[in-house]
Write a protein that binds this ligand. Structure first.
Ligand code: SF4
Ligand code: SF4
Length: 286
């Protein structure tokens, strides 16, 4: 089984479009959407949910009004000003340090686990998919990504799948590190801009740090061919295979709106280069 993570230095580079197409092209696979802060692979793959699980992370103080003597100690002690004068805890401000619970003379404060999101195992027209939704204003997306990655890997082992195709988290934070976990190859999708190259370089360094093989795809390469040349030179200098250059294609948006991959759009000019990129990837790691 091979695990491929499609990643990018920032959001909006077309990473999910490439993931959706690779998900359609790979045979016998499990898919994972690790972009839990802004998940959108489901828009293309239209999953039908088979399992739904609660994701708990961190704790918040909860005051039992029947025990509270209104001594005011917790209000004074909380350095995050999370407890109001009427002894109500603001869940957003509470950092879950539990100092108030230790200090309360009436034992009226309990630390309760937060429901921080949900994760799902679903069926799609291309096979099983594990995905998640982080709650609004919730943190710890790295932990939720680890849950998604782990379940996708287990599911692939249980079903003897040949591939795990992962839509990675964007950027270089803990969520992207969690999505790289156990990966055989990271395909970095970038756009031909200076900031695109800079962002791609940062995520490539992260992947290399973890000993992951890196490949690159330039999306919308024809919007700035000089910059595309610079990215090609960067790849050559760093001995990174350029899997493909995908042209700007208005059919990409049309296919997304229709809930399809670019491969399912008959007149998309991006189709052939995406298929060629997948074949090149197969040759390199298959
Ligand atoms: S420290 Fe305990 S008893 Fe005192 S106000 Fe806070 S919750 Fe109530
Ligand atoms: S757990 Fe910590 S942050 Fe939350 S209310 Fe208590 S003292 Fe404040």
């Amino acid at each position: 089984m091979k695990q491929i993570v499609i990643a990018s230095g920032k959001g909006g580079t077309g990473k999910t479009v490439i993931t959706g197409a690779f998900a359609a092209l790979a045979e016998n696979k499990v898919m994972a959407d690790c972009d839990v802060d802004a998940a959108d692979l489901h828009l293309i793959l239209k999953p039908s949910v088979k399992e739904k699980h609660i994701f708990k992370s961190g704790k918040t103080a909860f005051i039992d009004k029947t025990k509270c003597t209104k001594c005011g100690k917790c209000v004074k002690l909380c350095r995050f000003s999370a407890i109001s004068d009427s002894y109500i805890v603001d869940g957003i401000s509470c950092e879950g340090c539990a100092f108030c619970a230790f200090a309360c003379p009436a034992d009226a404060i309990e630390m309760k686990e937060n429901v921080a999101g949900e994760w799902f195992v679903s069926d799609t027209r291309f096979g099983s998919m594990v995905h998640a939704k982080l709650g609004i204003a919730e943190e710890n997306s790295g932990k939720l990504v680890s849950v998604v990655r782990k379940r996708a890997r287990e599911l692939a082992q249980e079903t003897n799948a040949d591939w795990v195709i992962v839509d990675g988290a964007p950027g270089i934070g803990c969520a992207v590190i969690a999505s790289f976990s156990g990966a055989d190859c990271a395909v970095i999708v970038t756009e031909p801009t200076l900031s695109g190259l800079h962002d791609a370089d940062r995520v490539i360094r992260v992947a290399k740090h973890f000993g992951i093989l890196v490949k690159v795809i330039v999306n919308k390469y024809d919007l700035n061919e000089d910059m595309t040349k610079k990215i090609e030179e960067y790849c050559k200098k760093n001995e990174i295979t350029l899997l493909g250059k995908i042209p700007f294609d208005k059919c990409v948006v049309e296919s997304m709106v229709a809930g399809k991959t670019i491969l399912e759009h008959e007149s998309g000019i991006a189709r052939k280069p995406v298929i060629a990129a997948w074949r090149k990837l197969l040759k390199e790691i298959g």
